[in-house]
Each structure stands twice: as structure tokens, then as C-alpha cells.
Design a protein around this ligand. Structure first.
Ligand code: ZN
Length: 452
């Protein structure tokens, strides 16, 4: 096959984007899993040292700008809360045995619990205890960010084993003026227009939601640096809701550069995939994801936008209305392990992570390579045979498909239909259409129309 046709000095052409090469990175799934294993133990929250520890690990791999926004700072209608940190917590029985022990799982304490040290009867304690009767072996994940309270989460089996006796409850936490921490990483491309990729970093020891998203973002940040890409990429690692609100409040002057975006969450389990469209519903990212998922994953679920979920809620608020969708495997709230200790390292697999990565790279590749061409021989079909274009692709089936692909590209390349338009019209995979366009361009039959 001939060399990729480089237009305007770009490293991205119809036949080539650096992202395609990344899809065949050996051991990517294992590497993603190892990042998650390393981050799993930290007790993250919307503020505090767990987020800082997490960002420090991510920062070993990619150049991060870490921001600390002081407690009390106004961000649109919200205020940066007090910073929460925790060292230890337990419920001890009369013999001093730790019946519930923060050291065995950080999910045992309601996230953002105020400090407490008190002796209590079981009756007094019970309103502060949360369990899952339907899933008696799992610890639920609960938070209390915006009203000061405290509580413990435990397995229903643990709860049932607690006798009507006196207990000593102890939460060694602090809730004090401090800062909210988030990080971003800008990877400049050939153009200033940006693709936003965002993951929330506020959940404690939960693997799928959302260490999977953090790991994918980190991996992409590391590898994208090394390959050519047309767009600039902005990666955001921020606590859910308050973090993306804070980023938007501080970057109103930059949001016009964001042309496409994805929130990445729950990408390590074996379900799905699931895509929730941006509020616009017909943005290029929505079409690129739908195209890739329908061709590659017949079981994929593509859903309309709804104002509930992760940080796409903020990016897609009407004052911004950014073209940002949510990509997941199993959808949040729809798998039994969601927000419980069942979402641990055994719930995710390197294979699923690797497949999710391939999915993200294929989507980004469509966005990178989608462009309009003009047929330079538009009066009747050009004779492909005499240019050797019938023999370029081996295999009879392949040949028939590529011939058809070339006919579609030639017929629709009037300068107004992009490669994704043609892929949708022809029901052929984008990659095949793009390969055909690259071949035709190399043979002087197509010219790229510069994008406005
Ligand atoms: Zn969550």
C-alpha cells in the first residue's frame, strides 16, 4: 500500500492517524489493570489527600497541572466545601474488638463523616449504620458531602452479628478549611481545537466506578504524547460534580475550543457498552460513538441525553451545551456491584479494559480522520482498473467491499459530505471508507477540502 497521503503537512490523513497504531499496543489491558491496582487502596473523596495521592500517581506518567482551589471559593452557584481527611475509624465492642474496621475497607465510613468518639448503645448507633439486606456480603458506599453528619457502612452479615450491647464509635477525621484538588493535562495537537476527556476522581476503593476511567485517561495521556494527532487533547481529572463545575467556572474563556468530548466511567467490567449522547444529540462525537459501537458491538446501547449521571451534566448544562457524551460499559446504577464493595478488583478484567481502550481509540480515530474530500474526476466514474485500484486490496470479499467503498467515496465526495457521512450512508465501517479515500487521494482522484 502506498504511503499515507499527508495533506497540509498533517500527520493525520484518511489512511492514517497515530491513534490507530495505539490499538495494537501489547499488554495494554494489564497495564491499565496495574494502574487501577495501585490506586485502589487510597481513600478518595471530593477533597483531601486521597485525591492528591491519586493525582501524584497519575502525574508520574503524564504532565499534570494540579490545581488547589481554597475552601469558600464561589464556583457558579456552588462553594468549594471544607476539606475532608480521615486517618482511622472503627466500631469496637466491649472487649475492644474492632467489629467494623476502616483499615479493612475505606467504604466502612460514610465519606465526609465528621469526627466522633463516643460510647453508644446499639439503639443509639443503629440510625448511623448502613447495610444492604439484599446483598448481605457487600458494604455499601455512602457519602454525606453537603450536610455534616457521620455514619458507618457494613455488610448486612456484620450488622446482624452485632448484639444489643454498648459500642465505642471512633472516626478520626478532619473537616476543615483547605482546598479542592483537581488536575488537567493539555496535549497540544496540530490545531487549537480540543477534544475533552474527563474522569471523576472522588470515589474511594471502587474499581469500575471510576478507577477504570482514571486509568484509561492516564494511559491515553501517556501514549497520545508520542503519536501524531490533529486535535489538542484536554484531560480532566476532577472530583464528580463540584470538580467539573470548578473547572468550568475557571475556564469559561477556553470552552469555545472544545469541539468534542467524552466522560469516561465504568469501563472495566464485561457488560455494555453503553453510550449516553450529549445534550445536542447529533454532535460529531455522538455520531462517531454510535457508528463505532453499532459496527463493533451489536449489543451496545445508545441512549438519549438525560440530566442525571456524571460530569456530562455540567458540560452539557445549557449555558455551555458542550458536545460531551458519556461512555461506559455497564451503565451506572444498573449493575448490582455499583456503589458497593462488590465493585472491587475482581469485578474488572484486563481484557474488558483493553477492549474499552480499543473502543475509545476507534472513536477518537473517527473524529481525527473525519473530513470532506472532493472528487477530482466527477464527470462519470473514473476507470479504477487502469489505475490498478482493483488489485490493491487482497481477498475476493475484501476486493468487492473495497470496490463498493471506492464507488461510495467517489460518488459522495462533493466537498460537502464527510467520510463519516459516507460511512453512515453506505452502512460501511468508517475505517473501510477512510482507507478507500486514502487510496483514491494517493491516486490523484480525490483532494481533501480544507476544513473551515
Ligand atoms: Zn459513582
Amino acid at each position: 500500500m502506498s504511503a499515507p497521503s499527508k495533506v497540509d503537512g498533517s500527520t493525520v490523513s484518511a489512511t492514517h492517524s497515530g491513534l490507530l497504531d495505539l490499538r495494537s499496543c501489547p499488554g495494554a489491558g494489564d497495564e491499565l489493570y496495574e494502574i487501577i491496582e495501585r490506586l485502589f487502596p487510597f481513600c478518595r473523596s471530593i477533597t483531601g489527600n486521597g485525591v492528591r495521592q491519586t493525582l501524584a500517581v497519575v502525574g508520574e506518567r503524564i504532565p499534570l497541572q494540579i490545581r488547589e482551589i481554597p475552601t469558600g471559593t464561589a464556583v457558579f452557584d456552588w462553594t468549594i466545601p471544607k476539606e475532608w481527611n480521615i486517618r482511622d475509624a472503627s466500631i469496637k465492642d466491649e472487649s475492644g474488638h474492632r467489629v467494623v474496621d476502616f483499615r479493612s475497607s475505606n467504604l466502612h465510613v460514610v465519606n465526609y463523616s465528621v469526627p466522633v468518639r463516643r460510647r453508644m448503645t446499639m439503639d443509639q448507633l443503629r440510625p448511623h449504620l448502613h447495610s444492604l439486606p439484599d446483598r448481605p456480603d457487600w458494604i455499601p458506599y455512602r457519602t454525606s458531602y453537603y450536610n455534616e453528619s457521620w455514619g458507618f457502612c457494613l455488610t448486612h452479615k456484620q450488622l446482624e452479628s452485632m448484639r444489643d450491647a454498648e459500642y465505642e464509635v471512633y472516626i478520626d477525621s478532619t473537616l476543615e478549611p483547605g482546598a479542592l484538588t483537581y488536575a488537567e493535562c493539555l496535549l497540544p495537537g496540530e490545531i487549537d481545537e480540543e477534544i475533552l476527556l474527563s474522569a471523576h476522581v472522588c470515589h474511594p476503593s471502587l474499581a469500575n466506578d471510576n478507577l477504570s476511567g482514571i486509568a484509561l485517561l492516564t494511559w491515553l495521556g501517556e501514549r497520545l504524547k508520542a503519536v501524531g494527532h490533529r486535535y489538542s487533547y484536554r484531560l480532566i481529572f476532577a472530583p464528580g460534580t463540584i470538580g467539573s463545575i470548578t473547572w468550568l467556572a475557571r475556564n469559561e474563556d477556553k470552552v469555545h475550543r472544545i469541539r468534542h468530548g467524552l466522560v469516561l466511567a465504568c469501563l472495566g467490567d464485561q457488560g455494555g457498552p453503553t453510550y449516553k449522547c450529549s445534550r445536542r444529540g447529533d454532535a460529531l462525537v455522538d455520531r462517531a460513538v454510535s457508528h463505532v459501537l453499532t459496527h463493533r458491538f451489536p449489543q451496545a446501547s445508545i441512549r438519549r441525553f438525560s440530566p442525571y449521571g456524571y460530569d456530562e451534566r455540567q458540560y452539557c448544562s445549557p449555558g455551555f451545551n458542550l458536545p460531551v457524551g458519556l461512555l461506559e460499559r455497564s451503565a451506572y446504577g444498573e449493575f448490582p456491584e455499583y456503589h458497593t464493595s462488590g465493585d472491587d478488583l475482581s469485578f474488572i478484567t484486563p481484557d474488558a479494559l483493553s477492549e474499552s481502550l480499543e473502543m475509545v481509540l476507534s472513536i477518537l480515530d473517527v473524529i481525527e480522520r473525519d473530513q470532506c474530500y472532493r472528487n477530482l474526476n466527477p464527470r462519470c466514474e473514473p476507470q479504477l482498473g487502469k489505475r490498478g485500484l482493483y488489485d490493491v486490496i487482497g481477498g475476493e470479499n475484501n476486493q468487492a467491499n473495497f470496490q463498493l467503498g471506492m464507488l461510495w467515496v467517489l460518488n459522495q465526495s462533493d466537498g460537502a459530505h464527510s467520510l463519516l457521512d459516507i460511512a453512515e450512508l453506505s452502512s460501511m465501517p468508517f475505517e473501510q471508507i477512510a482507507t478507500c479515500a486514502g487510496l483514491l487521494a494517493d491516486h490523484g482522484l480525490l483532494a481533501r477540502v480544507p476544513s473551515q
